[in-house]
Design a protein around this ligand. Structure first.
Ligand SMILES: [Fe+2]
Ligand SMILES: [Fe+2]
Length: 170
């Protein structure tokens, strides 16, 4: 009979999923920073890339807490989300709506991370890994903060895109 899979296994597997996702995001953020038209958006992506290095480091500590070595497991969701971002970069290159599109793509990434970290934090508490829960909460806080900052930038980006729309209509 197959070994029974427990919440402990699920926690470990999901940790591998987000570890893969964070590493993928580390590679994507510099491209998004390069593509962004507004200086503020470039700076926001750059700032979050540095934070993401910290997210990877925290995950490595969590692996250590559960006595496993850091290992990623292909996360189809983050591949799909970042592929869509790449599509925007390509199809909206130098277009007025580019930054609005990049922001939407980045927020989809943040929302995925927020969902994962919230779940992992809860499971860590359930499993009695309080130190791991605290580490996961710290990253969750940073993801939520980033999401808020991106929402604010999105207002400006959407205004710019809308202005171009008006000019085109004149
Ligand atoms: Fe992250
Ligand atoms: Fe993030």
């Amino acid at each position: 009979m197959a070994k029974e899979k427990t919440l402990q296994d699920l926690f470990h597997d999901t940790l591998k999923d987000i570890y893969f996702a964070e590493k993928k995001i580390l590679g994507t953020l510099p491209k998004m920073a390069k593509a962004a038209q507004s200086e503020e958006l470039k700076a926001a992506f750059e700032k979050h890339r540095k934070q993401t290095e910290g997210h990877v480091a925290r995950l490595e500590k969590v692996f250590k807490i559960i006595d496993k070595k850091p290992q990623g497991k292909t996360c189809a969701a983050i591949i799909g989300i970042t592929d869509e971002g790449a599509e925007i970069m390509d199809e909206y290159k130098k277009m007025p709506a580019l930054d609005a599109g990049l922001l939407a793509a980045a927020q989809a990434v943040e929302h995925y991370e927020i969902s994962r970290y919230g779940t992992l934090r809860t499971w860590a508490e359930e499993l009695g890994y309080q130190d791991a829960a605290n580490l996961l909460q710290q990253t969750l806080d940073e993801e939520e903060e980033t999401d808020k900052e991106l929402s604010e930038l999105a207002e400006t980006a959407v205004n710019i895109a809308a202005e171009a729309l008006n000019e085109a209509a004149e």
